[in-house]
Design a protein around this ligand. Structure first.
Ligand SMILES: [Zn+2]
Length: 221
């Protein structure tokens, strides 16, 4: 039986969580989770690592920190990073399309690692987030964005990932914008409409009050 992360074992265990930690005597931010496979008897084992979701391999190779690694782009927002594969077991290369459950490589300890494990990082809009939160069942696409994003004041003419989030949220609330990350007339109109409907000051710029309303997940609120 396979799990979301491993080919032959249904179980897995997080041996080191996301967040602050001390490693090699230095305090650092752990930008992902460390995982091992676990047998039915509860023993930690190594296994083939699989892709938790489909995507395109955007990097694969070796560096002194990650060891043998690969990076997969899953969609417009999410990229995952798999590190420390055993030497000569990496099965994918840049440009490959991988399916969910496809083998990427064998768990190892190459790079900056003290024992065989999988380091899994998940970046949303280029920022690493806690994979446990990412995978938690309650977490919808929208929740995921809320968890991971600063809310900047955005006006017409703005561009970038924050605008894409704004458009995604406006769409969640009923607009039908192209989430292209560029704050043009259509986004402006949709924002004004949203502000009027929510009895906010209809100024066409997304400030704190507007973001608060946008982030309310109950569409009827
Ligand atoms: Zn790690």
């Amino acid at each position: 039986m396979s799990s979301r992360f491993f080919k032959n074992y249904g179980g897995y265990k997080i041996t080191y969580p996301f967040g602050e930690r001390v490693i090699f005597g230095k305090r650092e931010h752990h930008s992902g989770v460390d995982l091992v496979a676990v047998t039915d008897e509860g023993n930690a084992v190594t296994d083939w690592v699989v892709a938790f979701d489909a995507g395109e391999v955007i990097e694969a190779g070796y560096n002194s920190r990650s060891g043998y690694f690969c990076k997969i782009r899953h969609d417009e927002t999410a990229v995952s990073l798999y590190c420390h594969f055993k030497k000569d077991t990496l099965k994918v290369k840049k440009g490959d399309r991988v399916e969910k459950g496809e083998v990427l490589g064998y768990m190892g300890s190459t790079g900056r690692s003290t024992g065989a494990h999988l380091h899994l990082g998940i970046a949303i809009f280029g920022e690493y987030v806690d994979p446990e939160k990412y995978f938690s069942k309650e977490l919808s696409e929208v929740n995921r964005l809320i968890l991971t994003h600063e809310r900047k004041v955005l006006r017409r003419g703005a561009a970038g990932e924050e605008v894409r989030l704004l458009q995604t949220m406006l769409n969640f609330h009923g607009a039908s914008l192209k989430a292209d990350g560029s704050f043009g007339p259509a986004t402006h109109e949709a924002l004004l409409e949203f502000q009027r409907k929510r009895l906010l000051e209809a100024d066409g710029s997304a400030g704190p009050a507007t973001w608060n309303e946008l982030m309310k997940l109950n569409k009827k609120a």
